[in-house]
Design a protein. Structure first.
Length: 62
């Protein structure tokens, strides 16, 4: 559901920025706005698990 909402919001932003001139800002601005929180959240949630698995692997290795 959120995925579909993200795409509809993205198309609306493309249309709005397209009206104000050029496709370059239309692609750069919404992409950065959408991808930066996703990347930050992904790093925030995945990094502790990654470190934990690395520590566990190092502890289990002889």
């Amino acid at each position: 559901m959120a995925f579909g909402l993200g795409f509809s919001g993205f198309s609306i932003l493309l249309f709005v920025f397209g009206l104000f001139g050029g496709l370059q800002p239309a692609f750069l601005i919404p992409a950065s706005v959408l991808l930066t929180p996703m990347a930050a959240w992904g790093l925030w949630t995945r990094t502790p698990a990654l470190f934990h698995s690395v520590r566990r692997t190092a502890a289990e290795s002889p």
